[in-house]
Design a binder for this molecule. Sequence first.
Ligand code: HAM
Length: 435
Amino acid sequence: MSKQSYSSPRGTKDILPSAQPYWQTLRSIAEKTLSGLGFDRIDIPHFENIEVFTRGIGEGTDIVQKEMFTLEKRGEKEDSITHALRPEGTAGVVRSYIQNGMSSLPQPVRLYYLGSMFRYERPQKGRFREFNQLGVEIFGDESARSDYLTIMSAWEILSKLGLKNLKVYANSIGCSTCRPKYLSKLRKFYKTKFDNICDDCKIRYEKNPLRLLDCKNEKCQTIADEAPSILDSLCKECRDHFQNTLEYLDYFDIKYDLDPKLVRGLDYYTKTVFEITDQSDKSRQNVIGGGGRYDNLVELLGGSETPAVGFSFGMDRIVSLMQEQKIKATKQRGVEVCILQLGEKAKEAAKKIYDGLSDNDVNVFFVPSNDGLRQQIKASIKLGARYAVIIGQREALKDEIILRDLEASSQEVFPVSGLVEEIKRRFEKCKCNSK
Ligand code: HAM
């Protein structure tokens, strides 16, 4: 039989142990920051009834039209497809908010989530078919305070990570009162330019004119630069709401640029939309996070009228920025202590010592071994341990151990009873010295 080897599917990747400290740092700073700001974690399924996405994100969006991974049971016909892998988190979190009666909890409900999302895109740097998002959603507060809190929590995480060269772009895309008026103004403007726009934009003109503004075609961009600004067409409620959001950002010194062409690629947005971009990267993949308000989505998916706002980060893009900007990633504590036992009698004592250290939050490795001491010491150094606790027959009888510093190659005898304290004291001392 010929040997078969496999690669990870196109647009996916393995996150190897060497990259894990970056992911760990990002997750731990994000989760700490978000809990501190009153967000609770939620985990939702990786796939949902397809209508959660088609209705939620919008039939006409690229995500729903071209990028969804649909699921079919082997042997079933394609037209019986009922589920899809999640291309984003918001629609699923909204489904969960409704299904679990979260509207009866004290509002606002603030949730965060992280995990894989799936989009059938053309893979390139920073764009994958399986990627990770970290997102927040706030339900039940229509005030600009929650728009601000959303942007601020994103900014806070990025600042705590120490990332530089980032910028917030903000816009308001109005509501069902003012947007239709703006769209007819926009269509009027594009009618005179129709022959000069790309074929995709000709479809957008009919189906989703707001998206004419963020076409990446150079010629279309020049035309979009001259288009009427939505900010001049907002109704009083949307104008005041956006003004309040910006005042909060000013007050808390979060720098932003207004971008009246920022419209986002999902249909559910109302009022505030925003994106955070990496200024040093001019490619289309420089958007590391985005979000906005979506006051109609809960109702659209079957819930009661509930204002909501949120954002998501592309975690893969943040991790690659952390690596590019040489951000220090904190390594998880690995093996700290190895227990080396010689002879049968020492085995039982070694197990007790293992339990004592492990219960006291020391990372300890112990697997009974028949190897000689020299070999066991070598293996402990390979595991990266700082100390070895050595127990032979004599030590087991006297309730003692030999504590060996594997870095300094020195050792001392200690009574078993004081071992946990001694090891903790030594690690504390190491921490002080390295500060
Ligand atoms: P989104 O703009 O589609 O928004 O995605 C958010 C972020 O996910 C993007 O800014 C990007 O960093 C990352 N991302 C998207 N697609 C890919 C990909 N193919 N490969 C790598 N990274 C990617 C949303 O998903 C909304 N749910 C955000 C939101 C939450 N709005 C309100 N609440």
